[in-house]
Design a protein around this ligand. Sequence first.
Ligand code: NAD
Length: 504
Amino acid sequence: MNVGVASAFDTTAWHDRASGLKPETRLFIDGEFVDAKAGGRFESTNPATGEVLAEVSRGTGEDIDAAVAAARKAFKSGVWSRMAPRDRMEVLYKYAGLIEAHASEFALLDSLDMGKPVSDMLNIDVPGAVITFQYFAETIDKIDGQVTNTEAAAFHYILREPLGVVGCVVPWNYPLMMAAWKVAPALAAGNTVVLKPAEQSPLSALLMAKLFTEAGGPPGVFNVVNGLGEEAGKALGLHMDVDKIAFTGSIEVGKLMMVYAGQSNKKRVTTECGGKTPQIIMADVENLDTAVQYAVGGIFSNQGEVCNAGSRLLVHASIHDEFVEKFKELSKTAYIPGDPLDPKTTMGPLVTRDQQERVLGYIEAGKQEGAKIAFGGGVPEGLEAGCYVSPTLFTGVENKMKIAQEEIFGPVGAVIPFTDAGEAVAIANDSIYGLTAAIWTTDLNTAHKMARDIEAGVIWVNCFDHGDMTQPWGGYKQSGFGRDKCFETMLAHTQTKSVWIHLG
Ligand code: NAD
């Protein structure tokens, strides 16, 4: 894959390209860009500067109705759902290629919209989206029905069919990639889609929709309605003609999606919600430097706005001080807040002023509860115009503290000491979340035992955030249910139909 590298342009060149960017701002319904029926618009702001980036069409219930109707019409026509599997594969493959070809445009859109460094977009998000569409394209002709063994007078087969119209509701932290994780399996299985991006990052989804049409995707198959959560998102969740909501976002809104389903047509719901990932560093860790490197990256990459951010650093008491010293040392150079359009920047601003204030509020709460700031804890000097928060580490944290229990979604790590494996597992599991966990040890028994005992959907041993598209991604407990990536996700966008034929 060749999405290019951010350093192919210098900071000035990225800014020049940004000022020449004319992003689409309307809704995309039935193959066309249209204004919101009520004519409303909302502002998307660049969190690095505080400047308004675009005024985006604010879809409401009427627009959701139009998008769902277009998606239903396209589904029923069979133009996509009954397309020969190979042909559908070809469209999605071509689509993946077009996303790759527009890598720098996507990089700019998401970087300007939510503050992510442009280099992260080219290293992580764009390749992640391309691979997602390729992977699910590859699954299309791997789905079989089944003929079962019956008595002689009967013939029974099971068809595997798409669900119909899938509503995808996604967050702002990886706008392109999270949309890809939801939209790709839905489309691959033959469903039609209405995507509701987060209001903080509405732009890249519109380019996605345009490119889908260029790839040969028929009108009505992939629709995008931007708007506020309580307007467009709620209308989609409550819609009587939507068959499934594939949701990624907070626990609170994940629960609302379940309520909406119960209040409307009992649509299927899958929810990928947040996390409070424990990274457990045992005294017998093979290489403390490597563990520290992954611990620093685990909490500071993407400004800490990551569902699986390794926010709870559970460190054996015997190596605690050494760990903290090494963590501090590496953090002096690894994640320095700066201009997201500088290819060397590794940390941008948080997504909005509200999010910045929320994270600073957690830092205050940590101090008040008695945790100690090892470094950071405020707004970086000279960057006050943007929504920046300095990388921050707390020590002396107890797991009952707010900063250890609640998802901060910012660059704030908390070190919690422990004395034995049993205590580490108890602390790890003392959380409403259960998305991911990591264990650093050289003892195979400890690794396997902990992997079984920790309540989380993904466990890493002697690594962090590793994996590929075959890996089921999703949580235990309130981190959600349903899985992203992996073949199981494709199947979750289908249903079985049993056909029993009496042979007379
Ligand atoms: P959020 O729950 O506020 O919003 C997510 C989406 O839901 C947005 O599109 C929003 O417009 C919509 N929404 C908000 N209120 C709504 C309502 N009342 N009715 C219907 N829709 C509504 O989450 P966020 O702040 O955008 O994203 C951060 C959260 O996402 C974090 O908790 C993070 O952990 C989670 N997340 C999870 C994963 C994962 O894979 N598990 C990945 C990325 C982000």
